[in-house]
Design a protein around this ligand. Structure first.
Ligand code: AMP
Ligand code: ZN
Ligand code: FE
Ligand code: FE
Length: 295
């Protein structure tokens, strides 16, 4: 069975790349589900960074709002030979010990690195570790990172928006930047597989995140290890990269997904601006160990 019938972005379907207050989104899982319903989406996935902490609230919200269809996922921070890679993982067992340990390690590393960045920035700008932590809406359950530093800089009046801060003090090219030590992409594919889930490389063609992108060979070695799909429909992937990713997906019979990378008010990305078709979502659910919530 081939999974790549699609060479153009779907006009209706699911938004399966969404962040909430459990990482660096500004809205709750309830607001995510409410907005998804009012925008007429077929369903959504919650994909906060390096955590499953928002899943229970998203499940409750899905039932409450009457948009019962929900994929449960995570955007996992990874490294592949010094290329920073984000991997979307879906429908795995959230109690799996290996996955839990991986997330605990990454969140610890994020906390330490974010705190160190803040110590340096605080020498030059009016923020403190407390003012940054105050931007994490769920306290220690929120996966912390540069967006929270950016929000503290906005609260202090240094920038008008989070995106402006990302173009300045918190950018990867700023002197204050410290990368997050991360598991390898190979570790992530293995861990998610072991936990019964499905992995998709997020925005692999986004040149604004990396000077160097993953090569075809790097992607192909992950496919050999069980990678399930590529996120093609994402605003960060320019047309040429979409073509390249679609060609790889076609050659290897991969799933092709789309998502907005919604962060509420934290990014201009609109909920539902990129979508995944229903058949692909059903295939993700079929491969994963969890049932499609609400189905
Ligand atoms: P970090 O993972 O701590 O290095 O922070 C990078 C994350 O910030 C990425 O996952 C982005 O999606 C996220 N982010 C959230 N809001 C913005 C924004 N307005 N501009 C750029 N990146 C953002
Ligand atoms: Zn994010
Ligand atoms: Fe990402
Ligand atoms: Fe994201």
């Amino acid at each position: 069975m081939t999974h790549v019938g699609i060479t153009a972005p779907p006009a209706v379907g699911w938004d399966i790349h969404c962040h909430t207050v459990f990482s660096d989104g500004t809205e709750t899982p309830l607001t995510l589900l409410e907005q998804a319903k009012s925008r007429g989406l077929q369903g959504v996935a919650i994909t906060d960074h390096d955590t499953t902490a928002g899943w229970p609230d998203a499940e409750t919200a899905a039932t409450q709002v009457g948009l019962p269809l929900l994929l449960r996922g995570t955007e996992i921070t990874a490294d592949d030979c010094r290329v920073s890679v984000h991997m979307l993982a879906f429908q795995y067992d959230p109690d799996n010990a290996q996955i839990r340990e991986m997330f605990a390690n990454t969140r610890d590393a994020r906390l330490r690195r974010t705190k160190r960045m803040v110590e340096h920035i605080a020498e030059d700008y009016p923020i403190t570790w407390q003012s940054v932590q105050a931007q994490a809406h769920e306290g220690l359950r929120t996966t912390i990172g540069r967006p929270h530093i950016a929000d503290a800089l906005v609260a202090a009046g240094v920038y008008r928006t989070r995106s402006e801060a990302f173009a300045g003090v918190v950018s990867t090219s700023s002197k204050y930047y410290i990368p997050t030590p991360s598991p390898t992409t190979h570790d992530v594919v293995g861990a998610v597989k072991a936990a019964g889930g499905v992995t998709v490389i997020a925005h692999a063609g986004d040149l604004s995140r990396n000077r160097r992108l993953l090569s075809d060979e790097q992607i192909e070695s992950l496919i050999a290890e069980g990678l399930d799909g590529l996120e093609v429909w994402h605003r960060g992937n320019p047309p040429q990269q979409r073509e390249r990713l679609l060609a790889i997906a076609t050659a290897h019979d991969l799933l092709v997904t789309g998502g907005s990378d919604w962060h509420g008010k934290g990014k201009p990305n609109e909920l539902g601006e990129n979508l995944t078709d229903e058949a692909t979502v059903r295939e993700i659910a079929r491969r994963g160990v969890l049932p499609l919530f609400g189905a």
